[in-house]
Design a protein around this ligand. Structure first.
Ligand SMILES: [Zn+2]
Ligand SMILES: [Zn+2]
Length: 259
């Protein structure tokens, strides 16, 4: 009996230690002796290289540099997005997904130290950085915040605001708590967010240049709708910064999306 109790205690202790000091790489699951931002050295190197892939400066999709002309990839030339420029830390792929999810859903502070500085770096390298006057969060509905007070875009926006010395302003609100975007098709995502955002009362944009912060850009439907509202109320330019851009053609979106 005593033996069972001791074993139980040891197992419980090990579980607590694993939670507080994880020893498995978030990406490949290997047992590494040292983890940086939850990753083993190999995964860190692979993901750092992945994040250096060139991306379209307007939509943030990974594209070969030769595919971009006048700041637009083929998709942007076709669709004319409402967001004037997008930066991302990296593409959302099977490699980066575990990190993004751990930050988005578990709020791992260690991952803010991974994504935060990289996002600030991308923002400060962008051609529009000097023009930005304020930072705004892509808002969630207050009912969702009641259920889950941690909201990754808000944590990121605070980090960017403090580091870049730009004011964080509350100018948008979510008007309805419709179905989550997860699991919706490409077209349904655009329909689902249409009219889902409004400018807060007494806000005057007066040709402002706003940087929107979100965690993951999937189809771009949410950012596009926020930009539409901001522009309709007088914003001169709307830029976006996200930690990951889902790499997929519209057809693939249906299969993807656990984001
Ligand atoms: Zn690994
Ligand atoms: Zn593009």
């Amino acid at each position: 009996m005593a033996d069972i109790s001791v074993r139980h205690l040891v197992a419980s202790y090990a579980a607590v230690v694993d939670t507080l000091f994880p020893t498995q790489c978030l990406v490949c699951g290997c047992d590494a002796s040292a983890l940086t931002h939850g990753m083993c050295r190999g995964c860190n190197e692979v993901i750092t290289a992945l994040c250096r892939e060139p991306a379209c400066p307007t939509c943030g999709q990974s594209v070969a540099a030769y595919e971009v002309s006048d700041g637009l990839c083929g998709e942007c030339r076709h669709k004319k997005p409402r967001v004037d420029g997008t930066v991302r830390v990296g593409p959302y792929t099977t490699l980066t997904a575990p990190l993004v999810k751990a930050f988005k859903y578990q709020g791992q502070e260690d991952l803010l130290q991974f994504f935060g500085p990289r996002l600030v770096d991308e923002i400060s390298k962008s051609p529009w950085f000097d023009q930005v006057e304020a930072i705004a969060i892509v808002p969630t509905h207050w009912r969702r915040l009641m259920r889950k007070p941690y909201y990754a875009p808000a944590v990121l926006a605070e980090y960017v605001s403090e580091t870049c010395h730009l004011p964080l302003v509350s100018i948008l609100r979510r008007t309805r708590c419709g179905p989550h975007q997860i699991g919706l098709s490409y077209t349904a995502r655009f329909q689902n967010v249409h009219g889902a955002f409004a400018l807060r009362s007494r806000v005057r944009l007066n040709k402002a240049r706003i940087l929107l912060i979100d965690d993951v850009k999937t189809t771009g439907a949410t950012l596009d709708e926020c930009a539409r509202v901001l522009r309709r109320h007088g914003a001169a330019k709307v830029y976006a910064a996200v930690i990951a851009k889902v790499q997929a053609s519209p057809g693939d979106m249906v299969k993807l999306l656990a984001v």
